[in-house]
Design a protein around this ligand. Structure first.
Ligand code: NIG
Ligand code: FE
Length: 406
């Protein structure tokens, strides 16, 4: 069999491929073939029969290597910004009050509709680059600021374009049920009908990897969310949910009933919601950036999620209203300080569990059969990834076995 292999040697590996101790391998090496990892282990155990096929060798200088980071929840494509709304909130207005007064998501919808394709692409590209410089190799991007068939398609196309222009993998999520657009004022059920009618068309254009909704007092009811999920299920599309962010709507249990990949936010998640997620194997995506920026004080039930064995992921939730941050490493730090995750849980949350939150089985761990997406770090131990903030120790990033220059 003819094959050419690349050897990446002289590294300490946090593989995360077993359930404890970081999947640590001292003095490790990786063998890549095409875009994939063919072998991962201690350098001393390198399979001798592969040696003749190695055409290229990289010395990683004894550095730490982890899987590429995965930001499994972002709203990266939008027009404008909401700094003045931030000022209003600092003066005492709540996120909900601003939304009910027609600001919030709706103001970003107006700015997004007014932006040209080129403007949307350029701004989203800059944001993606910020995430990528810190080692992000897969980004999920939601629509939800277009809220018409044409505008949602446009935002999803921009997301797909980012994935082809930049050395990063993009997963798209259709979030038509994010807010009620002004033209449907007072007709939220009609709008949900429209979202359900658009979904097959967007899917047919190859623009949808998953479907999401905002189940909340200022979003959509559980009954409306169910209709969105039923349509997704009929199309064979996986679902996820913005659930129990501002109040308990029993959204997590509803999502679990549909075998959701993830429920995200979860500050107001109930005990029965946790049990439902544990039963369905749904990932809890925790978003410390939104908790912090909205100055929330109601913590997600992390200890109970841990006790129930619900996998926890961490994401940036990058968006202009509730989480304008562009540092996944800062989210690791906040997940530990604010939510009391351990550094290892936090790093698993942006690798193996983030992959699961996207339904991706081919990434998130360093082991044979996974994509060769990995990061080289200028730190001695992976717990430092959650420790430093405002410092970027990422020195090299490899995507699909190709070293990436930004
Ligand atoms: O994930 N909660 C709903 N959606 C976003 C916020 C969107 C916005 O405020 O623009 C979130 O927090
Ligand atoms: Fe979000």
């Amino acid at each position: 069999m003819s094959q050419t292999l690349t050897l990446w040697r002289n590294a300490n590996l946090a593989t995360l491929s077993d359930s404890s101790s970081w999947g640590w391998i001292d003095q490790g090496a990786l063998l890549t073939q095409g875009e994939m990892l063919l072998w991962v282990g201690a350098e001393a155990d390198l399979p001798i029969e592969q040696a003749p096929y190695i055409t290229q060798t990289h010395d990683l200088g004894g550095a730490l290597v982890t899987p590429g980071l995965i930001d499994c929840h972002t709203h990266l494509v939008y027009g404008g910004q909401r700094a003045s709304e931030f000022e209003l909130r600092l003066q005492g207005a709540s996120y909900e009050e601003i939304a009910r007064a027609g600001g919030g998501i709706r103001s970003t919808v107006a700015a997004t509709r007014a932006a040209t394709d080129a403007q949307l692409l350029a701004s989203a590209r800059q944001r993606a680059l910020c995430l990528m410089r810190e080692g992000v190799t897969t980004i999920e991007i939601k629509s939800g600021y277009g809220l018409s068939l044409e505008q949602e398609a446009r935002c999803l196309r921009v997301a797909r374009q980012l994935g082809s222009l930049l050395p990063v993998n993009v997963q798209t999520t259709f979030l038509g049920a994010h807010a009620l657009p002004p033209e449907f004022e007072g007709r939220s059920d009609d709008y949900v009908d429209a979202v359900c009618a658009w979904m097959p068309q967007l899917h047919a254009q190859g623009l949808v990897d998953a479907v999401d909704a905002f189940c909340e007092n200022i979003g959509f009811t559980p009954v409306q969310t169910r209709r969105v999920f039923e349509t997704a299920r009929a199309l064979g599309l996986p679902v996820k949910l913005h659930a129990e962010q501002l109040s308990d709507q029993s959204g997590a249990a509803l999502a679990a009933e549909f075998g959701a990949l993830s429920c995200d936010h979860l500050e107001y998640l109930s005990t029965s919601g946790i049990a439902a997620m544990a039963d369905s194997g749904t990932v809890a995506v925790l978003l410390p950036g939104a908790y912090y920026f909205l100055r929330d004080t109601h913590l997600p039930p992390v200890a109970a999620l841990r006790a129930a064995g619900v996998p926890m992921a961490i994401a940036s939730d990058h968006n202009p209203g509730s989480s304008p941050g562009l540092s996944l490493l800062l989210m690791l730090n906040m997940a530990c300080t604010l939510f009391r995750l351990t550094p290892e849980e936090a790093v698993r949350g942006v690798t193996v569990h983030a992959a699961r939150a996207l339904g991706l089985k081919d990434r998130g761990q360093l082991m044979a059969g996974q994509r060769a997406d990995f990061c080289v770090w200028d730190v001695a131990h992976p717990n430092e990834l959650a420790y430093w903030f405002g410092r970027n120790p990422c020195t090299r990033v490899v995507v699909g076995a190709q070293e990436r220059e930004l």
